[in-house]
Structure formats: C-alpha cells, structure tokens
Design a protein around this ligand. Sequence first.
Ligand SMILES: C[S@@+](CC[C@H](N)C(=O)[O-])C[C@H]1O[C@@H](n2cnc3c(N)ncnc32)[C@H](O)[C@@H]1O
Length: 452
Amino acid sequence: MAQLSLTFLGRSPEARSLPPQPPLRVAGLFAGVGGIEAGLHQAGHSTSLLCEIDPAASAVLHARFSGVPVHPDVMCLETLTDIDLLAAGFPCQDLSIAGQRAGIAGRRSSLVSHVFRLIDAASPCPKWVLLENVPFMLQLQHGKGMRLLIEELEARGFAWAYRVVDTRAFGLPHRRQRVLVLASKTECPRDVLLSMDAGEPNPPRFDGAAVCSFYWTEGHRGVGWSVECVPPLKVGSGLGIPSSPAVWDPEAGTISTLDIRDVERLQGFDADWTEPALTKGKRGDRWRLVGNSVSVPLGNWVGTCLRSPTAYDPRYDPPLGELSKWPNAAWGESGKRFASSASMWPVSIALPRLHEFLKHPVTPLSSRAAAGLLKRIANGSTNVPQRFLTNLKVIAAEEERRLAGVERQRLEREIVSLRTAARRATQVAAQVEISERIRLLERRLEESERAS
Ligand SMILES: C[S@@+](CC[C@H](N)C(=O)[O-])C[C@H]1O[C@@H](n2cnc3c(N)ncnc32)[C@H](O)[C@@H]1O
C-alpha cells in the first residue's frame, strides 16, 4: 500500500518532541476492511490479530493482511495476549445521525462492552487502547455514548484523550469526521492525540467553477452538497441501494457517478483494496465496506504520533464541568477532565481539486436517476444552485422523452384494440361510446406527438 508522506508533521517551534517510541503490536477488533490497521501499519506498527464478523470484509482482511489471524466474532474472543495497542472502531449504526439512534446501548453499538471485557482479560493489559466512532456520539442522548466510554476507561485507571478529526486535513477531498479516543494506564494520550494542530481552514465556497459532489440517491432533506470534496461516504442510501456520490462539473455541465476505485482512494486505500470482497459477497458490498471504514490517513497519523509524541501544553484547558456538552476534543486523568481547543485539523495537507484527484472513468448520471432526484428536490427542502437544477433538468428531460414515448405506444395499442371492439359491437350506443373514446385517445396522441 502506498506510503503517505508524513513530512507534514511539522510542529510549532515551542512544541517539545518527546523520546521516540518503539513500534506496537496491534489487535484490531471490528476491523472492517482494516482502515485503522492499514494506517497504523504505514506508521511502522504490526498487526497481530484481527476480528471481523462480516465474510466479505474478512475476505479483504485475509488478502490485505496476509498471515494475520482473523477471528470471526468478538463475542467469542476470550482473551488477548502480547498486544500493545487494542484498536476498535466499534459498530456505529446506533450512534450515527443516519442510523437508528438507539445509542450506545443499541444492539450493535453495545458490542463495545466486549472491548472492555477483553481489556480486563488481556495479559498483560495493552499499553494503548484506540477507539473510533462517529462524532454524533458526542451529541446523541446528551453525549451518553462518550460518557460511557470515558467512565469505563476511568474505572480501569486509564488516562484518556479524544479528538474529532476531519479526513480533509490529510489531503483527501472527502468531508468525513470521526472521533478518536486514545487511552493508556502508563502513557500520556494527550501528547499523542492533541499536541498537533494546523487549525481549521475556511471551507471552500461555490465560485461558479468548483466541482461539487452530492448524493443523487437523496433529495428530500438535503443531498450532502459538498464543494471540491465528496460528502461523507456511507453504507446505504435513501433509495436503499449502495451509496454512490455523484459529481457535478458546472463548466462542462456534466453530472457523473464515481468509480468504486476512486471511492476507495477517497478513504486513503489503494484502488481495488476491497476487490477480494467479491469472493464472498455481491458487487454492492464493496461500497458498503468502504462507507463503513476509517480513512487510512487517520490511522497513519495516530500511528506516527504514537512513535513520535510531542508534549501537549494543557495549561489553558478549562475543566470540563459535569453538565457541559462534550467539546470536539478533551482529555482526562486521575479523575479530572478538561476540554481542549485542538481543532479537527491536526495537520493540513494541500487538498487537490476534486477533478484532479479522480483517476478512474466516471459514469454519466442516468436520465432516470436525474428525474428521480429532481422530483425529490421539488417535493423536499433541499437547497442547491440554480445552475445545477438547470443541468439536472436537461438530463432528466431525456427520461421525460422516454416516458412520453412509452405512453404513446400504449395509446396506439389501446386505439387499435378499441377499433377492433367498435367493429364487433352490435349496439349503436356501444359503437358511439367506443368512437368517442377513440377520438379522445387520438387527440392525446396528437398532443404528445406535437410536444415531442
Ligand atoms: C464501523 S465498522 C469498522 C470499520 C473498520 N474500522 C474499518 O476501518 O474498516 C464495524 C465493524 O464491526 C463488525 N462487527 C459487527 N459485529 C461484530 C462481531 N460480533 N464481531 C466482530 N466484528 C463485528 C462489522 O461487520 C463492521 O465491519
């Protein structure tokens, strides 16, 4: 897998580098297609064990982490031995804004309890624990999910830090945020997770030429409109088909959908990373697996900072009151909790223009898909540029023409069968009624032909 240049780890002059640390042996629970682990690997750490229940995802792990055992079910994993870092991007369906919002106690997200069971059973206790999930967890049910994680960690004597991080910080044109929680009983997580900060740049605005991306499968309450980047890749869509962002090039007037290989690259994977999933699943599975994944550079960045930590200056961090909302970054140790002003951009790698990033052939959005989207936008509350709507209408018009053609054929067939019925009718009244119906249909046919 391609190495990401980590020369971006420039620190502010006053930041104090701490002694370099050895590489770690990683166990990846809920490993999916190995986003975190691939990133940690790039930073020089090694994977000792993976755990993943989904057969298509496991096929990817077997192919991409050759020789690493893949355990099929976290619930049946009894213990962990000789692990330095326990990584777990536990299921997010119950915590995500797009999911069922059952919260941390939901059927799938509550599987995180097995992470704590395995921490207790591990021999020795892993030096580091790295959890990952969606940032909506900080808000849902007044932040109950994050509270539970922190309380479980504190009850075991862990110091912790968490931070919301944006994939765009790493030079990928993909608007995706994830919260990373790092904890340790012996080390200082904030020196790894909070000490680097590039600050959040101003978001790009639509200037009439910028390529924009959106979900053609949505439209009732927004389409995830994103300028010069794709919206957060996701597992499903409003239409119940694999999620597939589209891009609009306002200068060319084209709307196209993306190739799965570019979608993998938008997560930091090599193109075709998930191809082995085809041995166990369907074509759509690749979209689902990539949508579920952690962006690889996030794992790379944490992995690099684990090896080269920098002293974090906590002097100005305010205590986190019991009732305050969870901020985007915080840390705690010895029962005390503090908010951090660390931004979602620990680093800032120049973002390529979206059309420069995409390398694989795109597929024009079908007129049928355009017509469907147009209808949902018209009936919903989505706000998009007028020029985009004009483009969409041009594409959708082909669908209208196709549907009008189908309707004309139906009218012609009905007229033919009515003429036969008229010839067979013996009663005058029936003949008159059929003739009137024929005249009506002929008028409709003429109107449709004139309009086409
Ligand atoms: C949010 S995804 C993790 C994605 C992963 N970190 C990546 O980068 O691809 C959660 C994963 O947990 C897996 N999972 C759910 N239940 C599981 C179980 N009982 N044992 C192991 N894995 C499970 C799901 O199949 C899914 O791939």
